[in-house]
Design a protein around this ligand. Structure first.
Ligand SMILES: NC(=O)C1=CN([C@@H]2O[C@H](COP(=O)(O)OP(=O)(O)OC[C@H]3O[C@@H](n4cnc5c(N)ncnc54)[C@H](OP(=O)(O)O)[C@@H]3O)[C@@H](O)[C@H]2O)C=CC1
Ligand SMILES: C[C@H]1O[C@H](OP(=O)(O)OP(=O)(O)OC[C@H]2O[C@@H](n3cnc4c(=O)[nH]c(N)nc43)[C@H](O)[C@@H]2O)[C@@H](O)[C@@H](O)C1=O
Length: 325
């Protein structure tokens, strides 16, 4: 099926329809909370939200019953089992099984209960470990994955393919966005299981408070990562819901990359820690580089706004007010 056929599905206007029933799955997480903030700012009045405790999305019959009852018109899938390099490497069964269950249940129930449009969120880890840089969308499935997160990546690739299959077979408007590494308010600040940015924010903060002389940072410091503030991602999600209807997934990145060493130095400055950095090279580096090519989304008219320095300062302020109580 050519892209023209798929774009013919784009009759579902989202933005002007502020009373639309929108289900944001995973609304208490980093991404889901930012999407709810954005939709609320825009004046959406009919968001359908369920916490994990209220609705476990791995339970197929509960998800079906929820969709039969609520029949949301639009669905954004930001619920997932998520974690950093250590969590992905330690709990491969959880990362593949829980993610396959959540996305399969939500995508299928949404289609069967009349949802007009669904957006599925994947991650930049879907691409091969040694993909060309910046990574274009068509690098998908062209080489072996990064071993530390292949289980999660396989689930996310299945999510993209499921949206494509339902689009092709049922002419249903399911799309996918692939964000780069994200950060911001409501991130997970767990010392081991989180991503690098919140992990370092917490470690530097605790070291500053205790007057510690050094902070341990994992790996060699040489891997490159592209970071995007979650408010920019939420803006891109709303943009894609309104403007994009196509078979191919779209990359969502900031276009700017830093080494982990540069990130650690910047974090040290933002937090105000005055000691030294010590590198623990027994910890994995993961993918050496994963800068995404987000030119397709840019060509539709979307650009990120938050710089890494401003985003870190904003997130640290939120951390001090909300986590470090
Ligand atoms: N964070 C990042 O750097 C990136 C994230 N993404 C993608 O964005 C999406 C959201 O990630 P993020 O916000 O960071 O993750 P979070 O862990 O912050 O949030 C995930 C949300 O999903 C909920 N959830 C998990 N399991 C279930 C379940 N079985 N039933 C119902 N709810 C559940 C969680 O609830 P609870 O906490 O109560 O379990 C939580 O509210 C994911 O698809 C992820 O792949 C993509 C690229 C980078
Ligand atoms: C978004 C993406 O996130 C994961 O991939 P990742 O980019 O490798 O994630 P990360 O943030 O955990 O690490 C980035 C780099 O940073 C280094 N690093 C230093 N010190 C700490 C540290 O203290 N914690 C962590 N987590 N990493 C550290 C770490 O060694 C690595 O070199 C995927 O599993 C998958 O979930 C996914 O899609």
């Amino acid at each position: 099926m050519g892209s023209q056929d798929n774009n013919a599905l784009s009759s579902n206007s989202f933005l002007p329809y502020k009373s639309a029933k929108v289900f944001v799955a995973g609304h208490r997480g980093l991404v889901g909370a930012a999407i709810v903030r954005k939709l609320t700012q825009l004046g959406f009045t009919n968001l359908v939200l369920r916490s994990h405790a209220e609705l476990d999305l791995t339970r197929q019959s509960d998800v079906e019953a929820f969709f039969v009852f609520e029949k949301p018109e639009f669905v954004i899938v930001a619920a997932a089992k998520v974690g950093g390099i250590h969590a992905n490497n330690t709990y491969p069964a959880d990362f593949i099984a829980i993610n396959l269950q959540i996305q399969t249940n939500v995508i299928d129930s949404a289609y069967r209960n009349g949802t007009k449009k669904l957006l599925f969120l994947g991650s930049s880890c879907i691409y091969p470990k040694f993909a060309p840089q910046p990574i274009p969308e068509d690098a998908l499935l062209t080489g072996p994955l990064e071993p530390t997160n292949e289980w999660y990546a396989i689930a996310k690739i299945a999510g993209i393919k499921m949206c494509q299959a339902y689009r092709i077979q049922y002419k249903w408007d399911a799309i996918s966005g692939m964000p780069t590494n994200l950060y911001g308010p409501y991130d997970n600040f767990h010392p081991e299981n989180s991503h690098v940015l919140p992990a370092l924010m917490r470690r530097f903060h605790e070291a500053k408070v205790k007057g510690a002389k050094e902070v341990v940072v994992w790996g060699t410091g040489s891997p490159l990562r592209e970071f995007l503030h979650v408010d920019d991602l939420a803006d891109a999600v709303v943009f894609m819901m309104e403007k994009y209807s196509g078979l191919e997934h779209l990359n969502v990145g900031s276009g700017k990359e830093v080494t982990i060493k540069e990130l650690a130095e910047l974090m040290k400055e933002v937090v105000g820690f005055e000691g030294d950095l010590v590198w623990d090279s027994t910890k994995p580096d993961g993918t050496p580089r994963k800068l995404m090519d987000s030119s397709k989304l840019a060509s539709l008219g979307w650009t990120p706004k938050v710089s890494l320095k401003d985003g870190l300062a904003d997130t640290y302020k939120w951390y001090l007010e909300n986590v470090n109580l």
